[in-house]
Design a binder for this molecule. Structure first.
Ligand code: ATP
Ligand code: MG
Length: 289
């Protein structure tokens, strides 16, 4: 089942003559886990706004083409109608906190109230996501007193509590320390077992290589690579789009020049693939004398 369908999408921000997204065609299956990568300004955040229906309804500017989410054309529905259907976590979480609630707990409750969830069900659901996101000890704190990373977790908790079938996450770990990033990655991974459709922009390619079903690379507003992580993350074109290779891929690429990577073996994107490839070379060398 196709969950998200984008046809002929071009989008210009107000007063801009260069499109932020250009001729995008894209189908995302229900339950698919899609990572979007690209250099600064490539259009990742704009695509997140499009895939969650905030563009075109909440943003002015000019959009050509169509986007449907679960068969609902985003031109014909307000962002409110997508609440509970699509959860978006913005790159800058400060913009996402409602500023209407006194505590972290109430902030998470806010979206549930809007969806009309029964009050008896709420405390359990809220405490569950606060525990998941490591915020349970901060439940009575004012959202204004939180650090950047804590706000990012709060934005994520506020979306997770709604349990939407589609989650769009724009650099959800950008403000987190390594331990916090690992925790959030773990939470997101558990969503894949629940058949949630996930679109995520993320700089941690190592994690993408292990988790994503599909990787889409953007360059200057266009999709330039689209395929499984092995295909996209080892593409010889990657560096021309301003995207770094994984350290495993880079080590093998450089070793190739000296014949130290087996010629028939695809470049690696994980440590395991890397070890296998380098072992193969050393065993060939030993075998050959
Ligand atoms: N509100 C806006 N008005 C006008 N132009 C904008 C606006 N927001 C973004 N842009 C432009 O649209 C293009 C795509 O920006 P976008 O934020 O989607 O890139 P990104 O890939 O998310 O970058 P980053 O890695 O820095 O987050 C850029 O050229 C940017 O300058
Ligand atoms: Mg961005």
């Amino acid at each position: 089942m196709v969950m998200i369908e984008v046809t002929g999408l071009t989008y210009y921000y107000p007063l801009s003559h260069t499109p932020a997204l250009k001729e995008i065609n894209l189908q995302i299956e229900a339950g698919q886990f899609v990572a979007v990568i690209g250099a600064n300004g490539a259009g990742k955040s704009t695509l997140c706004l499009v895939l969650s229906g905030l563009i075109p309804t909440l943003f002015n500017g000019r959009m050509l083409g169509n986007v449907t989410i679960n068969s609902m054309n985003t031109r014909n529905h307000t962002p409110g109608e997508f609440a509970g259907r699509v959860g978006l976590v913005l790159q800058n979480p400060t913009n996402q906190i409602s500023e209407m609630r006194y505590t972290v707990f109430e902030e998470v409750a806010f979206g549930l109230e809007n969806l009309g969830v029964s009050p008896s069900e709420m405390p359990e659901r809220i405490e569950h996501v606060l525990r998941l996101t490591g915020l349970i000890d901060l439940r009575d704190r004012s959202p204004f007193t939180l650090s950047g990373g804590q706000r990012q977790r709060l934005a994520l908790a506020s979306m997770l509590v709604l349990d939407p079938p589609v989650l769009v996450l724009d650099e959800p770990t950008a403000m987190l320390d390594p331990q916090g990033s690992r925790e959030v990655f773990h939470i997101i991974q558990t969503l894949t077992t629940k058949n949630t459709t996930v679109v995520i922009t993320e700089h941690n390619l190592e994690w993408i290589a292990q988790t994503a079903d599909r990787v889409i690379a953007l360059n200057k507003g266009s999709i330039v690579l689209d395929g499984n992580p092995e295909f996209v993350l080892t593409s010889p074109l990657l560096e021309t789009f301003g995207i770094d290779y994984l350290r495993y891929t880079q080590a093998a690429r450089e070793s190739q020049i000296y014949g130290l990577w087996p010629s028939q073996t695809p470049l690696p994107v994980t440590l395991e693939q890397s070890v296998l490839g380098f072992n193969r070379v050393s065993s060939i060398k030993k075998g050959g004398g």
